[in-house]
Design a protein around this ligand. Structure first.
Ligand SMILES: CSCCC(=O)C(=O)COP(=O)(O)O
Ligand SMILES: [Mg+2]
Length: 237
């Protein structure tokens, strides 16, 4: 289905919206699990690692082993707490910098970013992944000729600087960061609860349907507008 929307800012989720969930679950999460042991062994008391360590609850940072066990438990349950997300962002730096990790954007994402930007529409990101991790991801994508999309992005929000993604107040806070009124924001996400929170806050919002996303119930399909490609979103200004 195609949409023609009166929108002035596009706000985007990441996982399941601009890239496959499998990239996060099968590439990023395993990379962080594999990178952690040597960081714990060599950097436990280093000034670069200590802030990430100190973000963990006290009972889970009594030793490298305790932190490692908690980290593995959180990752295996895909818990999106900010202290885990911050540390994952730190662990992914080496993977992106070496070229081992590169984000496979869905094919409609980069062309739509270019189209929206050429119409003067700002693109803002809101993900459970930390802002630092979001910047790494958009710096190293499969886009051609330039894999670094950061120049196309006007802002980054996570659960630290905006709040929980299922809480309407987070969307109000994000909207207040710019001059455009909240009703002119379009939020795109694979998660129904996030779309509902954005709508409750006053944003326009569509559910993004991609291969590999969690299936929607018939009820959810009936109550929400679904989009399978950003190419189907025409922005009328
Ligand atoms: C941008 S960091 C990699 C993705 C990630 O860790 C994550 O939790 C993504 O969650 P989202 O809110 O973008 O669905
Ligand atoms: Mg998502």
């Amino acid at each position: 289905m195609a949409f023609s929307l009166d929108v002035e800012v596009v706000l985007l989720d990441i996982e399941g919206t601009v890239c496959p969930i499998s990239f996060v679950k099968d590439i990023l999460y395993p990379y962080s699990l594999q990178a952690l042991p040597s960081v714990l062994a060599t950097q436990w008391d280093s000034p670069s690692f200590a802030p990430y360590r100190n973000n963990f609850p006290e009972e889970h940072r009594t030793s490298p082993g305790a932190l490692s066990a908690h980290f593995q438990d959180l990752v295996s349950h895909d818990v999106k707490v900010s202290y885990l997300k911050d540390l994952q962002g730190y662990l992914w730096v080496q993977g992106y910098e070496s070229g081992e990790i590169r984000c496979p954007l869905f094919p409609d994402v980069h062309p739509s970013f270019l189209r929206w930007r050429s119409s003067g529409i700002p693109i803002v990101i809101y993900s459970s992944g930390s802002v630092a991790a979001q910047k790494l991801l958009f710096q190293s994508t499969n886009a051609k000729p330039d894999a670094d999309l950061r120049l196309l992005i006007g802002g980054y929000f996570d659960t630290v600087n905006a709040g929980a993604k299922r809480d309407p107040s987070s969307y109000r806070k994000i909207a207040a960061s710019r001059k455009e009124e909240i009703g002119k924001w379009l939020f795109l996400s694979d998660r129904i609860e996030e779309v509902e929170a954005a709508k409750e806050a006053g944003m326009q919002s569509l559910v993004v349907v991609r291969d590999g996303n969690a299936p929607l119930t018939e009820e959810e399909k009936k109550h929400h507008e679904l989009v399978t490609s950003f190419e189907d979103i025409k922005i009328a200004r």
